[in-house]
Design a protein around this ligand. Structure first.
Ligand SMILES: Cc1cc2nc3c(=O)[nH]c(=O)nc-3n(C[C@H](O)[C@H](O)[C@H](O)COP(=O)(O)OP(=O)(O)OC[C@H]3O[C@@H](n4cnc5c(N)ncnc54)[C@H](O)[C@@H]3O)c2cc1C
Length: 392
């Protein structure tokens, strides 16, 4: 009988697992999708070239390097063209600007300081005179682009997509892998199971109480504004105030503008009870809006923001180190006692491809020469070295 493969979750990691399995010529894949929170659609799935990170901190430098490599790779693999746009970033000092430019140039990416007059013309309301502005490379694919491509690849390969509410892994002695997947009361046994459930990960693996995955979730508040704001660039990141303003398209293709404020991120303690944290109350909205108060003509902006009801709560899931501190790196785990099971998350949407590739490597799927990926994902030795340092 043909082997069965199961993917739980269809965010960027689940979607890229579909893509990679299809590349390997693998059939009989079932993807369980849920109505639960999907970080990959609820925020911008922005593909930054590492420009947002503090490249003086070793851990962030690793992430920045991975991002710098993954952005162009996405374009290459999915034959996406003309998406190579630029953003503007405002930083506090000349030193910070120079170190970012230096880092990006070393990765082969173009970045330079732009004069304040040009920045003011481009940023309009969001111009703040206390910042130094630099042009940064970015890949603003429309929100959902990569997910949609992967889904159509899955469908072309005859993969089954099933909606389900309750998905749980349970221990079993009836098969050699030591577990089965329980979906809305029906048992499934598969040769390989990939859990890419983001914030729902711990809920899904709860039944396997002898394994643990060191992750933490953070909640951020975001606004999606369904009309333009008068900001004439694609992306603006203000590193001093920790605010982003981004022009994306929503899943259904309608243009959307997105305001994000990193300042509002807060740790979620009860990862298994995430629904309780979804509601955003009035004081949180006020606090969020407060982060935009330093900008020129802010009153005009605020008037528009206040009309917006589409204030959403978004969850990031990050791996913790041994002291419980989160870090940005992608995570993936396999377990001696549960054969064929891999659990993973991207940390950054940009690193979805890297994460999915690592999950397949950990799954024990044997890849022979004929079956090899049509496009392989090659990591430079430098990046491998950093990665080994952190994880092996
Ligand atoms: C505010 C914000 C801003 C961000 N900005 C960026 C950025 O600029 N650039 C960047 O690269 N990344 C960014 N990220 C991070 C990025 O969005 C995530 O790291 C990435 O999307 C995670 O992808 P994933 O596939 O691991 O998880 P998700 O996209 O969350 O997918 C999880 C899947 O599992 C399913 N699921 C959830 N719970 C359950 C359950 N109990 N049972 C079964 N299935 C379940 C979901 O429905 C979904 O299909 C941001 C995140 C946030 C919150």
């Amino acid at each position: 009988m043909e082997k069965r493969y199961i993917i739980i979750g269809d965010g960027i990691v689940g979607s890229l697992l579909v893509y990679l399995l299809a590349q390997l010529g693998i059939k009989n894949v079932t993807i369980f999708t849920t109505k639960y929170h999907k970080a990959s659609v609820n925020n911008q799935t922005w593909l930054q070239h590492g420009s947002l990170y503090d490249t003086s901190i070793e851990e962030q430098k690793t992430v920045a390097k991975l991002l710098a490599q993954q952005g162009p790779l996405f374009e290459e693999l999915f034959h996406l063209q003309n998406h190579n746009r630029h953003g503007i970033m405002g930083v506090s000092s000349l030193d910070e600007a120079n170190s970012k430019i230096d880092f990006l140039n070393k990765q082969g990416l173009d970045s330079y300081i732009i004069n304040n007059r040009e920045a003011e013309a481009k940023l309009s309301h969001f111009y703040a005179p206390d910042l130094i502005y630099l042009r940064v490379p970015d890949h603003p694919f429309e929100e959902g682009t990569i997910l949609n491509i992967c889904r159509s690849i899955g469908q072309q390969n005859g993969y089954t997509y099933r909606n389900a509410d309750n998905i749980l892994l349970q221990k079993t002695e009836s098969n050699g892998n030591g577990y089965h997947v329980l979906v809305d009361g029906t048992k499934y046994i598969a040769e390989h199971v990939f859990v890419a459930a983001g914030v729902g990960t711990l809920k899904v693996i709860k039944g396997l109480d002898d394994i643990s995955v060191p992750i933490k979730a953070y909640r951020s508040t975001l606004i999606k504004v369904p009309y333009p704001f008068g900001c004439s660039i694609e992306m603006f990141a203000d590193k001093k105030r920790n605010v982003n303003f981004i022009n994306v398209s929503s899943f259904n293709g309608k243009p959307t503008y997105l305001l994000g404020s990193g300042v509002r991120s807060q740790e979620i303690d009860l990862l298994n009870n995430i629904d309780n944290y979804k509601k955003i109350n009035t004081w949180e909205v006020d606090e969020f809006i407060d982060h935009f108060k330093d900008y020129k003509n802010v009153q005009d902006i605020l008037k528009k923001i206040c009309k917006v009801e589409d204030m959403i709560s978004c969850f990031k899931v990050e791996q913790c180190d041994e002291f419980g501190n989160p870090n940005y790196l992608p995570w993936y785990f396999s377990f001696d006692q549960y054969k064929g099971l891999v659990v993973g998350g991207a940390g950054k949407a940009t690193l979805g491809l890297y994460t999915a590739k690592q999950m397949i490597a950990k799954s024990g799927i044997e890849i022979n020469r004929e079956q090899n990926y049509k496009h392989d994902i090659v990591l430079s030795e430098d990046i491998q070295k950093y990665h080994t340092m952190w994880y092996e």
